[in-house]
Design a protein around this ligand. Structure first.
Ligand SMILES: [Zn+2]
Length: 1007
């Protein structure tokens, strides 16, 4: 304690000495306006709630007074950052609207609603003059944002730059347990509107500060509910925030590629509509302020290098200014890499702006707490010369001081250099438009003959949400393909003449009329390029711990063809812009039998549920009618009205062929299975993406916890399929069964009550989150499957199913050396006749994040083991050549029986010795069916990082295990993830629709 109080003295002195003299001549120093009175009471409370003087700055250690404009106190009942106070989103909005009413320098706009219907807002703060001329300014910025409007004329751009006011967009509390931003932003808005000090006035006159104080509004109100519960039960443990938004928790900041969440869409629209130059997102997980966009490599490969320089410029000054204030723990290099474009702030990075992100230090709520840091957090490093303190009392006010100070110095620096940043904004847009000629590619083409029309349309719709322009070819296009350079091996002479066996690579490629073209000569070409291109993360990269996914190639994950075209001739082809992208559906031909080819499009499942009463069957083999080919799994509808089929097909974009008669092919019913969907109370993060997918497809399901399903008496009577998506935290079977400890502590309720009106929302509720599935629940699941139900499991829930004995002969191991970090991987169809595989071709691209390594054993309870001792498959020492058999003197040679071999994904053959009187040998009919396997090691990587891929190469990726009358389906890949993996959704949906015929096409030949 003595030690730390000494530090406090020294640091206090340090701050005092430097604050007055740190600013150079001609620069405006941060200082109060002596003529403007200070709100003394408010200022005194700021001081009181700041736990040490050096956790504040001359910018925020006072509040200017105003006779007309209310301070945050009118809504909060105390100052911003006061202990014990967390406002609901509506209270924050109420204050912002009071500000708007009281000051002509503030304007509040509604930017959309959340999944649960709550409002999102943006607050513009600037001079009255600037706010009056918003539209004129926006028109100028629009020309800089799309320089085609000024014919890429730099002189014209300079004029616009000189006349324009830039927009700096700040977003708060996307991560609900990071609770400090809303109060910091309330106070920031007040300061920007009221403070007459030259430093703040310059910001107000020079910049339009745009603020969304609460990004995850649904989650904000939940965390405030929990805090109220905590304050009412101060001695109890309070429930962990198991739901944030309706669908996902922390991953709401990984949606900037797929744009599946409302909050992403609303912020993206606001950012683009306002033509903002910066998007600065506030987080709170690192002591005390980590300006993390500079972070560490590798940087995203699709950003303009100008941006990387801008990150460094702003961050360096940010760190320097706060260091000069004497605030410890401000730094910009760290372990965040800027590879993945999934973060909310990255909307700016790939739309020609500047992305920024702060991690400040939060306590999870408004309690003031003693905080003890880890050695790596308080260590002084080359990039953290003034590190955080090992131990400190920390308050929400401290956090607010850091957030506001960081934002104010950034805004000030940004304003001082705004001509440069506006010019850069224009230059980045111009360079995006010039991309085809300067760096390539010229375009991406999505061919018109794509069999997965609905998925192609969905991919294009994602691009449209990203504001990417899409064109359609009016006639066929032929382009030249890039010539692949052959790598010469060392010492090898160039081949003389042509190798007769070498395949002649085509040099051109044609696309039919109607093909979609994503031209790269448009302002937002970079986001399209980043989503459609392939990623390569070298295993040799010095960065050993990627921050997030390493691969995301959308064409691969949507299972549709996307062709990267470098030939700029493609841009000369006649084409027109399309605004409404949709797959064309309808019925063609005459007849009462309707056939819909199965290309693994999720829309087929929607159709099945839409035509609830129609009898639909699936063809178990491919067939032909009048020369027209139909895939295995084709839907055959026999008793539906043409109008009903036509309407549904048009709405869903599915092409239907009316046939005069039913084809002679074996079929089985495709049913609208009754789905129970199970979640734990441990985490709902990863399963949330499954709910989002099913809701989007309008597939009904009953959502329930492990606790609830354990209480249903006759599960099989009620449901056909139980989906148990991944818990996502590598949950053990024990954790799933037992939940939280109940031997001590108090119940953790997750319910709507007068004290917690927002907690359950439209999700699930319980009076105590602690109990898990329980052993009764395990027995219920087992009997459900025994009686013909189908249980779908992925990753940790697959491990759970195996741990409780559902899946004889299947082993699931966590990899040891493999590093497959959120990558796009190649898989191969093993059993095309399995209904789970309907619509897929031999190669399937999938998402895997260090997936489970499945191995099969023919002996129940056995493991596939390496042989002990030397491998004797090579011949022993003896007479003859290497390939001769051994011989023994004095007797005729004995031929050894051929040793049976199996592929990695297959069951190893049972030897005669193993078969002898062995009750554990698994009969053929009880064995798992391997639907999909991982590709061979050399073909495994499609996008991202894979190191030591041999560990999972060729192992099963999707297994269908018969158990009793039912099935357990086990996934090593995650087929439903972040709205990105739509190409593999049908592996799940096929399982659902064919739940009572999963054995179709099964070959049970024993070896
Ligand atoms: Zn965060």
């Amino acid at each position: 304690m003595r030690n730390s109080s000494l530090k406090i003295c020294l640091l206090g002195l340090f701050a005092f000495v430097f604050a007055n003299s740190a600013w150079a001549d001609g620069e405006t120093a941060p200082a109060r306006d002596p003529k403007q009175p200070v709100d003394e009471a408010y200022t005194a409370k700021i001081k009181k709630y700041t736990t040490a003087p050096y956790f504040s700055s001359p910018l925020v250690d006072y509040l200017p007074a105003s006779k007309t404009v209310p301070t945050p106190e009118v809504v909060l009942g105390d100052v911003a950052g006061a202990p014990g106070i967390l406002p609901y989103a509506e209270e924050v909005y109420k204050y912002m609207r009071l500000l708007e009413k009281a000051s002509p320098r503030v304007k509040v706009i509604s930017i959309g609603t959340t999944e649960e219907g709550r409002e999102m807002i943006a607050v513009a703060v600037s001079s009255e003059e600037n706010l009056k001329k918003l539209e004129e300014n926006r028109a100028r910025l629009a020309k800089l944002a799309d320089p085609r409007a000024i014919h890429l004329d730099d002189t014209e751009a300079d004029k616009l730059v000189a006349q324009s006011t830039p927009v700096y967009y700040i977003t708060g509390t996307i991560h609900s347990p990071e609770t400090g931003a809303p109060t910091a932003l309330m106070e920031l808005a007040y300061r920007l509107a009221v403070d007459e000090s030259p430093y703040i006035k310059e910001i107000r006159d020079g910049v339009i500060t745009l603020i969304t104080p609460v990004v995850e509004v649904d989650g904000r109100n939940r965390v405030v509910d929990l805090y109220k519960w905590h304050l009412a039960h101060p001695k109890d443990f309070y429930p962990p925030l198991v739901y944030w938004g309706k669908y996902v928790a922390h991953d709401n900041n990984r949606d900037a590629m797929g744009v599946t969440l409302k909050l992403t869409e609303n912020v993206l629209n606001t950012y683009v509509d306002w033509k903002a130059q910066v998007l600065h997102d506030l987080h709170e997980s690192v002591p005390y302020l980590y300006d993390n966009t500079v972070g560490d490599g590798p940087y995203n490969a699709w950003i303009d290098p100008i941006l990387a320089d801008e990150w460094n410029m702003i961050a360096s000054r940010n760190v320097a200014d706060m260091t000069k204030f004497g605030m410890p723990g401000v730094f910009t290099h760290g372990d965040f890499d800027t590879w993945s474009p999934g973060y909310l702030m990255f909307i700016a990075a790939l739309h020609n702006g500047i992305s920024r992100l702060y991690e400040t230090f939060g306590n999870g709520n408004a309690d003031t707490r003693e905080r003890t840091l880890q050695p790596d957090e308080y260590a002084r490093t080359w990039y953290k010369q003034n590190p955080p303190l090992p131990k400190t009392l920390w308050s929400q006010r401290d956090n607010n001081n850091y957030e506001e100070t960081g934002l104010l110095v950034s805004l000030h620096y940004f304003n001082e250099n705004k001509r440069l940043f506006l010019k850069n904004f224009y230059l980045k847009a111009k360079r995006s438009v010039s991309k085809p000629g300067s760096e390539g590619p010229a375009a991406y083409v999505l061919p018109a003959d794509e069999p997965r029309g609905t998925l192609q349309a969905e991919l294009l719709q994602v691009l449209q949400k990203q504001k990417v322009e899409i064109s359609r070819a009016k006639s066929a296009i032929t382009i030249s393909l890039p010539v692949k350079k052959e790598k010469k091996k060392e010492g090898e002479k160039p081949a003389e003449g042509k190798d007769k066996d070498a395949k002649i690579e085509p040099t051109t490629r044609s696309f039919p009329a109607g093909s979609y073209v994503i031209r790269m000569d448009q302002p937002y070409s970079r986001i399209a390029d980043a989503l459609l291109d392939h990623q390569y993360w070298s295993p040799e990269d010095p960065q050993k711990t990627p921050y997030d996914d390493t691969g995301w190639t959308f064409g691969e994950l949507f299972g549709v063809q996307v062709v990267r075209v470098t030939d700029t001739k493609v841009l000369d082809a006649p084409m027109e812009k399309v605004t409404d992208v949709h797959a064309t559906g309808g019925v063609k031909g005459d007849g009462a039998v309707f056939a819909i080819r199965n290309h693994a499009e999720p829309a087929l499942a929607t159709l099945r549920y839409k035509l609830k009463d129609a009898a639909i069957e699936a063809a178990e083999e491919p067939f032909e009618v009048g020369g027209a080919k139909f895939t295995r799994g084709t839907f055959l509808i026999r008793d539906a009205k043409r109008a009903d089929v036509e309407n549904a097909a048009k709405e869903l974009g599915l092409q239907v062929a009316a046939l005069a008669a039913a084809p002679s092919v074996k079929t089985h019913p495709v049913r609208a299975a009754r789905i129970a969907y199970v979640h734990t109370w441990l985490s709902t993060q990863t399963e949330g993406w499954w709910r989002l997918a099913l809701d989007g497809l309008q597939i009904p399901y009953d959502y329930m916890s492990t606790q609830a399903i354990a209480k249903i008496p006759d599960l099989r009577g009620k449901y056909d399929v139980i989906l148990f998506p991944p818990v996502g935290i590598g949950a053990s079977a024990t954790a799933i069964i037992q939940g939280y400890p109940t031997a001590w502590g108090n119940p953790l309720p997750w319910q709507n009550t007068p004290l917690t009106p927002n907690l359950a929302g439209k999700n699930d509720s319980t009076d105590d989150m602690r109990p898990g599935l329980g052993y009764d629940g395990v027995a219920k699941l087992q009997s459900f499957v025994q009686n013909g139900g189908v249980l779908v499991t992925v990753d940790d829930t697959a491990q759970f199913a195996l741990a409780v004995g559902m899946g004889a002969g299947v082993n699931a191991a966590r990899s040891e050396k493999l590093k497959m970090v959120g990558a796009v991987v190649g898989t191969r169809l093993v059993d095309a006749a399995s209904p789970i595989a309907y619509g897929y071709e031999e190669k399937v691209s999938a998402y895997s994040d260090d997936g489970l390594v499945f191995s099969l054993s023919s002996i129940a309870g056995g493991r596939r083991r390496r042989r002990l001792g030397p491998d004797m498959r090579e011949r022993p020492t003896g007479r003859g050549t290497k390939d001769d058999p051994d011989y023994a003197v004095g007797r005729p040679g004995a031929e050894a029986p051929e040793e049976p071999e199996a592929e990695t994904w297959e069951y190893p053959p049972v030897t005669d010795e193993q078969a002898h009187n062995n009750a554990r040998v698994i009969p053929a009919a009880n064995r798992a069916r391997v639907v999909l396997r991982y590709a061979n090691a050399k073909d495994l990587l499609l996008s991202g990082l894979i190191e030591n891929g041999g560990e999972i190469a060729q192992h099963p990726a999707v297994l269908d295990v018969p158990v009793g009358q039912g099935h357990v389906v086990l996934f090593s890949i995650n087929p439903v993830y972040r709205g990105e993996t739509r190409g593999t959704y049908s592996l799940v949906l096929n399982t659902v629709l064919n739940f009572d015929n999963l054995n179709a096409g099964r070959k049970d030949a024993t070896k």
